[in-house]
Structures are given as structure tokens and as C-alpha cells.
Ligand binder design. Structure first.
Ligand code: GLC
Length: 736
């Protein structure tokens, strides 16, 4: 007892002495030695209701290529707001706003600056749909870390990326922004993006916070239209659309963006089941949920709120922490509290999540961005090399009759088409702060690789329209060449947000040009630069080779030319199915088996098979797989085992092979897809050599499935494991 009295006396004397000498003790929330949760609670207890509400409000500042993200001057930006979408290309405006926040507000809470850095900041790389075809998550992680460095050095702390919406409808323009049709693929690339953006710790100088989006099932948008209804059963929610988010959350993603779409009648931005029950109660995630742009206000359009006040209450109570740019929260929350319709604790929970992110980012200790010249912030050579290598690995060789490719270096080449000497279109949608003039066009790359005198260019026509008056020049170029490379595809703005298209064929003008060139009798190589799977059934017969290059970013011309010359052997494999026609949609590999097999139930007018299936892609070399071997043919839950396959390179070129491991259940309590991707691996195999590809299998994780409540289970029975067309049978026995 005496000791306690002495301690109390000591504490009383020491604090009064401090006050007496006028030394102000630093508030706990400003003390980096304190635990983050202690700092959060200290700060929260100091905040007024109005300060709390402004903290969970985001506006925009600066200007970029997204019209909605424009607010020209800092003066209009209230420094008490929690966050801004930041559009400028350097940190000057950011620091102006931040200085006001730190020095002119009562508590000096730093502002969080976010931006859509989807596939590169200034060093723009391939669109994500192409990146998924690389099957190289480590290289992608490196590209994301380049984007993170350029972003943080330019005033951005937080990116609204990766977009991990499983998508199976090429009519939907946003299919370009994700990693294709498969849950497992999107999950692995989600992890790679989170690691690349966030590094080892968020407070590191080149780390930025990641944001998994659009949570959830946005890719199931009805008929490929945008912002609409998505019919998703709880079973499909759990076995198809949630796995990438669960992987991203486990990888440490700092934030999640709630989606525009209805999830079977309940908006993604007003959905207590997905936003609170799953994220908080089941996954125990403590990150920040930001609404998509004006999604709270849009709850009125979706007929779940009669007005903005109701929308604000619904979104906040469902689990949306931060209001993006529609001003609903600052306009309505205080009145809802004063009217006894909203508990302050709900606001407190939201405020805690944004403060937690700010503390973890180190913004209280380092709120400002050093204002460096552009040349030391962006477009560094290491980044250019990474994105060139990544572009090369995204290319998918769809056709190569008589090994037309690679082209010999002494060949006279006619380079034709609306995308042959294009720049901006090859950046794709959501190109951040990409500058078209930074892009190496295909024409420039071809001249560098094959020699100026060996390459002749003729545009032939535009991407769309009906003007064929320049076909003549293209014909002249073709007739003087040994081989013709035709570059066709889409505008960059034909994919991305609000970019649905009912027709997924190439514009008829482009097909007309291709057929005109084919009639010269010269061998034709088709390069496709597009942001969605295209229906190529009427295109493929009119060329000898097809290379899908997607929208490969600023190193496009270098990567394409080095691939056509054979310096790079294409190793891409499709992460999304290419339908024969829009009439086949939805069509994807991990479908359920029909009740009747054989020809029963097939289309009467076209084949029911896709034009090019998930995982398809050719190489300049030939790979031969061995049979699969396994360490066990009979296993039970909790008994890991290993399968492996040897692949030999019998061809004339070194090449990278991708091995995708699929599992199939013979029977289960829930009808399972005919096959499910559960692992993939990519290795370089030099010509004449062989490599072993191994897969360590955890029976529950890899052979099991998930039910409509998110519970994983494994059913005893027979399973098939397959890779490269080979397969092996495994039996799971009941758990001992
Ligand atoms: C848009 C998009 C979202 C983006 C946000 C901020 O509407 O849906 O992907 O991150 O607004 O620009």
C-alpha cells in the first residue's frame, strides 16, 4: 500500500512539475511509441462529432484523366476532410492541403490521398486482363512495387487497386480491369498486388495502401451492362466471387471498396452481410471500407433509400466507413445522431478504421511528400525493364500456322492497321498518369528490332467507321513485302468503366482491311490490341498467325517486336475464355457438367465449344509432358501430399511453360465445376532440357470446396488431378 501511495505521489508531483515548467506533454495520439490502437482511442476521444464526420468523408483534389476526380485548387479543399482523391502528378498541391490539415486544424490529423493507380502510375504496364495471362505473379508484384514507388513519391498514399472481380462476360467493359474468369487466378494476383503495393510495411517510404475492389460480385453484372443487378446465390458468392477477396484480406490488404451493383437485390454499398458479417465477423478484418464513387447517394436510384439521409444511415450501418465524393455523410450524419436515429458508436467505428490506416501508413510522423523533380520520381530504367518483361509474358500466341512466327530478321515487313503506329490506345483504360508520348509504338519497336529499311508502315483505316479510302496504300505496302503484320483491335475507351458493348467482334472495317490484305497472298500475322475477349471465328481464317497483345503499356513496341523476332518466346496462356460469338456468353472453363452429355443440349447453330479456352496459348517451341506422379494415391483430410509432372522442351527455342493444376471431384454434396484451378507454376525450360513441376496439395484446401455459408469441407471419394492434358486419380478416405 505504501508503494502505491508513493507512486501516486510521484506521478502527481512529476506531472504538476511539468505543467509548472510549461513543458507540454505530447498527446498520446502523436506519440509513435504508443500502440496504434491506443493512439486511435486517444485521438477519437478528443474529436468532436463534426470532426469525426469530416474524417469519414472524401472529396477530390487536383485533376487527372478521370473527369469526376477534378477539384482544381486546394482552397476549395477542406483540410479537415479525412481523404482526397488526388489527381495531380506531383506533391505540391498535396503538401498545400496537408499543411493546412496539420497546422490549421485543431487536432492536426493528416489527410489520406488516394488515386486509381490500376496498372502503373506513369510507368504504365499492361491492363490486368493481360497480366493474368502472364501467370507470373512475382513479376507482377515487382511491377506493382514500381507503381507504388512512383505514386508515393508523387503524393499518393493509397491506390484503388487491385480490381479482383471475377468476370465471365466480355460485353462488360470492366473485364479489362481484373484477372479473368477464375477465382483462384484472381486470388493469386490479388495477393501479388497487395504485396507489391504495400511492401513489407505500409509505413515504408515506397509503400502505398492497396484497395480490393469492387466488393463484391460486380463482375456478375447482368448482360455485361454496368452498375446493374447481379443475380448471385450465396453458394456462388462463396465459391466464385469471394475467394479473391479472402486471399487479399489474408495478404493484408489495407482497404476494400464497396461495389455499385446489387448483390441479388441488396446493393454492395448497403450490404450488412458482405460488409460486416463476412468482412468483420468471419474474416476478422480491421481495414477501411470506402464506398465506390457516389455509391451512397446512388442507393436512392437503387430504390433502397428514399433520400440521402436514409442512404447515409443505411450505408454507414451496413459497414461503409468512408463516403467517396457525394457528401452524404457530412450532410446528414450529425442530424441523424441529434434525432436519435444513429448511434455515435457507429461513426466511431468508421473513424477508427481510417485513423488506423493513417497511423499504419506513418502519416502522423511523415505527412508530407518530398517535392522531387519528375525525372527522379518516374520512368526509371528498372521500372521500364520490369514492365517490358511483364508485357512480353502477357502475350498469348493463339495461332501460328506452319510456324510463320518468329519472323526472320532479313524479311521485308509491311506493318499495317489502325494500331500499328498508335500510342495512347495501347495504354488501355484507367491508365493513371500515363502519357501517350511515353509509349513505344509497334512501328517504332519494329524498326528498332528489324531495321528501319525492313519495315514499311501503312495505317489502312481507323479503328472504327467506314472509310476504306486508304486501303490502297496498305495494299501497296503489302505487295512490296515478304510478310504482313496487321495490327487491329479496340479503342482504349471501349473497355473500362461504363464501357459495355453488345458486339464483341472486330469492327467490320478492320475485318474488311484484313481480308483485303489476305487477298494479296502474302502471309499475314495478326496482332490484336484489345481490352476484352473478342469473337474471332470470322477473323482467324484470314491470317496465318495471331498474337494477342492486349493493351501492353508504354513498352508495347519493344515487347511486340522482340516477340515477333523470337528474342522473346511468347509464354502467355489465356486467363479468360474467348467465345465464338456473343451468343455463347456466359462461357467459362469451370462450368458445371450438364445433366445430359454428348451432343444433347448443345447449340443447334454453332459449336458449343469456345473459340479459345481458358489456359490456351502456343509457344514457338514444343513442350512434352510426362505422366503425373503422386506421393500418395489414397489420402485423408490433414494428410498433405505432392504431385509432379516433368516437361521436356523438344523444340528449337528456349521457352517458359505454364503448368496449371486442376482438380475434379467425382461426386460431392454440392455439384462441383467439371474442373477447378488450384495451383499454377511457370518455369523457363531451355531447348532440349526438361523441368519438374511440383504441386504440394493440402486435401481440404485444394480438393475440398466451400458451402453457402463460407465453411470449407472435404468429402471422402474419388478425385482427379490434371495438368497439361494428363491426369491422375486420388481417393480421399474419411478422416481417421
Ligand atoms: C469509379 C470506379 C472505381 C474507382 C472510383 C474512383 O466510379 O468504379 O473503380 O476507383 O470511381 O475513381
Amino acid at each position: 500500500m505504501k508503494r502505491i501511495k508513493f507512486l501516486l505521489l510521484y506521478l502527481l508531483l512529476s506531472t504538476s512539475a511539468l505543467f509548472a515548467t510549461g513543458i507540454k506533454t505530447k498527446p498520446i495520439y502523436k506519440d509513435p511509441s504508443q500502440p496504434v490502437e491506443v493512439r486511435i482511442n486517444d485521438l477519437l476521444n478528443r474529436m468532436t462529432l463534426q470532426e469525426k464526420i469530416l474524417q469519414i468523408t472524401q472529396s477530390s483534389a487536383g485533376s487527372n484523366d478521370v473527369p469526376q476526380n477534378r477539384l482544381e485548387v486546394a482552397q476549395k479543399s477542406n483540410p479537415q476532410l479525412g481523404s482526397f482523391i488526388y489527381g495531380n502528378e506531383n506533391a505540391v498541391l498535396r503538401n498545400m492541403i496537408q499543411k493546412d490539415a496539420i497546422e490549421k486544424t485543431r487536432l492536426g490529423i493528416p489527410v489520406l490521398f488516394g488515386c486509381d493507380i490500376i496498372h502503373g502510375y506513369r510507368t504504365v504496364y499492361s491492363i490486368p486482363l493481360g497480366i493474368g495471362c502472364s501467370w507470373n505473379t512475382d513479376l507482377y508484384r515487382q511491377a506493382c512495387s514500381v507503381a507504388a514507388r512512383e505514386s508515393r513519391l508523387s503524393g499518393v498514399d493509397w491506390t484503388f487497386s487491385p480490381m479482383i472481380d471475377v468476370a465471365r462476360d466480355p460485353r462488360w467493359g470492366r473485364i479489362a480491369e481484373g484477372y479473368g474468369e477464375d477465382p483462384y487466378t484472381n486470388a493469386r494476383f490479388a495477393e501479388a498486388a497487395v504485396k507489391g503495393f504495400q511492401g513489407d510495411t505500409l509505413s515504408a517510404p515506397y509503400s502505398i495502401a492497396a484497395c480490393l475492389k469492387h466488393y463484391v460480385a460486380y463482375g456478375a453484372s447482368e448482360a455485361g451492362r454496368d452498375y446493374v443487378y447481379a443475380e448471385v446465390s450465396d453458394q456462388t458468392l462463396w465459391d466464385t466471387y469471394l475467394p479473391p477477396y479472402e486471399a487479399g484480406v489474408k495478404a493484408g490488404a489495407a482497404s476494400i471498396m464497396s461495389s455499385f451493383n446489387l448483390i441479388s437485390g441488396v446493393p454492395g454499398s448497403a450490404n450488412p452481410y458482405t460488409l460486416t458479417e463476412i468482412l468483420r465477423n468471419q474474416w476478422k478484418w480491421d481495414g477501411l471500407v470506402v464506398a465506390d464513387y457516389a455509391a451512397i447517394d446512388q442507393l436512392i436510384n437503387q430504390h433502397v433509400a428514399a433520400n440521402r439521409k436514409e442512404a447515409s444511415k443505411l450505408a454507414l450501418e451496413s459497414g461503409v466507413n468512408l463516403d467517396m465524393c457525394d457528401n452524404c455523410y457530412p450532410e446528414n450524419l450529425e442530424a441523424l445522431v441529434n434525432e436519435g436515429k444513429l448511434d455515435v458508436s457507429t461513426i466511431d467505428n468508421a473513424v477508427k478504421n481510417i485513423l488506423r490506416l493513417k497511423f499504419r501508413l506513418g502519416l502522423f510522423e511523415s505527412p508530407y511528400t518530398k517535392e522531387l523533380p519528375e525525372k527522379s520520381r518516374v520512368m526509371q530504367q528498372d521500372g521500364l525493364n520490369i514492365v517490358k518483361n511483364l508485357a512480353e509474358e502477357t502475350f498469348v500466341l493463339l495461332k501460328n500456322d506452319k510456324n510463320l512466327l518468329p519472323l526472320q530478321k532479313d524479311k521485308k515487313i509491311a506493318l499495317i492497321g489502325p494500331l500499328a503506329d498508335e500510342k495512347g490506345e495501347l495504354l488501355g483504360c484507367w491508365s493513371g498518369h500515363g502519357h501517350p508520348e511515353d509509349v513505344v509504338s509497334i512501328f517504332t519497336g519494329m524498326k528498332q528490332e528489324f531495321g528501319e529499311s525492313n519495315v514499311v508502315f501503312a495505317k489502312g483505316c481507323e479503328i472504327d467507321g467506314n472509310d476504306s479510302t486508304h486501303f490502297g496504300e496498305a495494299l501497296q505496302a503489302a505487295n512490296r513485302a515478304d510478310v504482313v503484320v496487321v495490327c487491329l483491335g479496340e479503342h482504349s475507351w471501349w473497355t473500362g468503366e461504363s464501357a459495355s458493348r453488345s458486339d464483341i467482334t472486330l469492327p467490320s472495317l478492320q475485318l474488311h482491311l484484313l481480308k483485303t490484305i489476305e487477298n494479296t497472298g502474302k502471309p499475314v500475322v495478326l496482332l490484336l490490341a484489345n481490352g476484352r475477349p473478342l469473337a474471332l471465328e470470322d477473323v482467324a481464317p484470314h491470317c496465318k498467325a495471331i498474337l494477342e497483345i492486349w493493351q501492353p503499356g508504354i513498352q508495347a513496341g519493344v515487347a511486340v517486336a522482340q516477340t515477333l523476332s523470337g528474342t522473346n518466346n511468347p509464354s502467355g496462356r489465356l486467363d479468360v475464355t474467348f467465345p465464338r460469338s456473343v451468343g455463347q456468353i456466359p462461357i467459362y472453363y469451370d462450368r458445371r457438367n450438364p445433366a445430359r452429355t454428348g451432343e444433347m443440349g448443345h447449340y443447334q447453330d454453332i459449336s458449343s465449344d469456345p473459340m479459345y479456352e481458358f489456359g490456351y496459348g502456343l509457344s514457338y517451341t514444343q513442350f512434352t509432358p510426362s505422366d503425373i506422379t503422386t506421393s500418395s494415391v489414397t489420402v485423408h483430410e490433414g494428410q498433405p501430399f505432392q504431385v509432379e509432372i516433368n516437361v521436356t522442351n523438344n523444340g528449337q527455342y528456349d521457352g517458359k511453360e505454364v503448368v496449371q493444376w486442376f482438380v475434379s471431384a467425382k461426386a460431392d454434396k454440392i455439384a462441383r465445376p467439371i474442373k477447378e484451378l488450384r495451383f499454377f507454376d511457370k518455369q523457363m525450360i531451355k531447348k532440349g532440357e526438361a523441368k519438374t513441376f511440383k504441386c504440394n496439395i493440402d486435401p481440404l484446401r485444394d480438393l475440398g470446396f466451400v458451402d453457402n455459408k463460407g465453411h470449407h469441407f472435404l468429402t471422402a471419394g474419388d478425385y482427379t488431378i490434371s495438368a497439361l492434358g494428363k491426369n491422375i486419380q486420388i481417393t480421399v478416405t474419411p478422416k481417421p
